[in-house]
Design a binder for this molecule. Structure first.
Ligand SMILES: [Zn+2]
Length: 179
């Protein structure tokens, strides 16, 4: 199998059977959905590698596997100081291709790997983008901002509840003193 020219239309079966290794540096700007979640100027690359394999777990099935690694630093906005923060994303995930959606649903809970439905033409770039999107922090923050973060109101309540003496405990201690 020649190196596929179109990474958005990959023949997964052939990719797995030939245990092909693909890797590249793709500009972040190509990943439009990811860029729309970034702030400021989006520069830099996503470094990624994909390794194909057939049934490495000896499950007795003719399954195609894909091991994906990707890393990127994306510009986000710190939710405490509202200044830009560069957040490193790191992906390392195994995927197993199954025949259809029903099989994927049935076997998903029992599988450590993620399950994907086998397609003749597989969009590897979309998979990398999906994984990067899922790796985005819900509340991006500088490390220093995170450590300086004030307690939330729920945390404050918990602290106050601990400090404030329980009226029943006070009563009990008064009784003890009388005895
Ligand atoms: Zn900050």
């Amino acid at each position: 199998m020649q190196t596929p020219k179109n990474l958005r239309a990959l023949d997964v079966k052939a990719f797995a059977k030939s245990q092909m290794h693909l890797e590249g540096d793709t500009p972040l700007a190509v990943f439009e959905r990811l860029v729309s979640d970034c702030s400021g100027e989006v520069t830099g690359h996503v470094s990624w590698a994909a390794q194909g394999a057939m049934d490495p777990e000896q499950r007795g099935k003719d399954d195609a596997w894909l091991h994906l690694e990707a890393k990127a630093a994306v510009p986000l906005t710190c939710q405490r100081c509202l200044h830009p923060v560069s957040v490193a994303l790191l992906i390392e995930q195994d995927f197993r291709f199954v025949a259809d959606e029903a099989t994927a649903l049935a076997e998903d809970d029992a599988s450590d790997e993620d399950l994907l439905v086998m397609e003749d033409s597989f969009d590897l770039m979309a998979l990398i983008e999906d994984e990067l999107l899922m790796a985005l922090p819900l509340v991006p923050m500088h490390e220093v901002c995170l450590s300086e973060q004030a307690p939330t109101s729920a945390e404050e309540e918990a602290i106050l509840a601990e400090v404030k003496p329980n009226p029943f405990a006070v009563l009990a201690s008064l009784k003890t003193r009388k005895l």
